[in-house]
Design a protein around this ligand. Sequence first.
Ligand code: F6R
Length: 606
Amino acid sequence: MCGILAYTGKGNIRNIVKKGLKSLEYRGYDACGYAFAYDNNISIKKEVGKNKIESLTDSLPEYVEKNVYLLSHTRWATHGDNTEKNAHPHYDCKKNIFLVHNGIIENYNEIKNDLLASGHKFIGSTDTEAIPHILESIDYISTPEKIFEILQGSFACVFLDKKQPFKLFIFRRKSPLIVGKDKNTLFISSDMQTLSLFCNKFIEIKENIFYQLDTKNIYILPENKKIIYSFTISSFFNKKEIESEKENIFMKNEIWQQPETIKKNIPILQSLINEPASKLNKFIKKCKFPERIIIAGCGTSWHAGLIGKIYLERFSKIITQVEYASEFRYNNPVFNKNTWFFALSQSGETADTIGAMELAKLFNIPIIGIVNNPLSTIDKNSDFSFHLNVGTEIGVAATKSFTMQILILFMLSLFFAKDKKEEKKKFISAIYELPEKIKEVLNKEDELKQIVEEYFLSSSNAIFLGRGYNYPTALEGALKMKEISYIHAEGSSAAEMKHGPLALVDKNLPVVFIVGNKNDITYEKIISNMHEVKSRNGKILSIVNQREKKIDSLPSDKVLILPETIPELTPIINVVALQIISFYAGILKGCDVDKPRNLAKSVTVE
Ligand code: F6R
């Protein structure tokens, strides 16, 4: 989705913008642009298409003697075609104001019609273009509140005005925007990751407040009140990873990091749960034990929530409902007194999940964030946050964040489970074995690549099936396959096949059965479902979590044997294999696996 990088002060302009915009690339973009003021001249340039950051930034000077006031942007089209006219920065009629924007202006049509009627000229068809024209028509220095009265929707804006030299102006609602400070420079970005490339002191930009920046200070308008920098971030963001320019490495690295991400987090989670004085235990003391939990998320996070529901209901006996955040927020949901709300999100900036969380907040119930990005909107607005603590995830496809979401939900369900002492011990020792078992899956790279060649490359469709814990794994396997390789894939409960999808099966359709292990309650059931597909000549790949005699009699064309673990943890083992399969399907089909077409890492609009 769109990204903003701006700065005031001195430095190598070309390097700063190149480095900043490249670090925003992972969010997905179709066009990019910049505007900068130097000696009261404003230069502007835009480029349309992917991979245009190099040519855009090559047009920038390296050093200039004096201070520069610069804004730049990557656009992921939402309103209006992908054309130069619709790319940012946008400007007013007199070309005084140059503005970049993230978010969506919901009432832009109305605003645009009013502005057209009063003589303003528009050149493009985006919602953003309305904003510089409004700024042109109001006195934002003395009455900045007007802009917040007029605009509806979400926005993070940075702009320059020829009539107000040596300044940058910023304001936001819902969409994030952060200011950072280095020695002689102020940086502004929509993305904490980008900002952390340049500085380590940050200030949070509040909603519905209009700020003015020079090269050293930030002031609130209209009072011109100077604000003090308030916090510093930890070393969460790995500069080396963010800056890496090699292609197709992030997704693979992130899959391969999973033994480490799991290993380092087990003791952290254990002490959070076990230490009576831990932050979690202190928090729980202040709340009533949950009678019901609502989990909201999107995409892969929603899949993790589905697995979490089984844990929470089975072990904690807490009624749990899992919702697409996008639907939940508009369905007039019912909240009763002892309901807790879990917002599940890698980025912590998914607009729909934030919207669902804001709705839940109105009911004064405990809000738990399970997020990867510290200081993200969901993290900041939760009453208690679990951090995935898996490091930056740059590849657009969620991988290491998914396995950690599952582990956190599993451990949390054990925390809420009142008895089951012996069972818990068994579970914890299985958790400690996970990193080595994931390594065994990674060691099957060649076999997995071969499976891709045999099963998926010649097909434009595939079906992924599972039951119980591995039904959400099947949904996730299908999602990974379609987003990374563009092979159309559907995930389903294996039991649902005979209610319709079975009609699709023929000898050419790859059908992946995620069988699990023999101790799973649904083991025999899924084998019967396999027979139903085999009888229709389906081309079956089955994934099992143990080596036992029965495997030879499975009605499969191929069996992939993965390490054995308790049924509860099979999704973590199995999904790693499915991630590798979709990775190689993408690579062998020549796709950009780190940045699949049309997708964005952080979905900051509804
Ligand atoms: C798929 C994927 C997406 C995200 C979804 C939610 O690989 O990454 O489906 O899971 O956009 O994002 P977060 O978790 O950041 O809220």
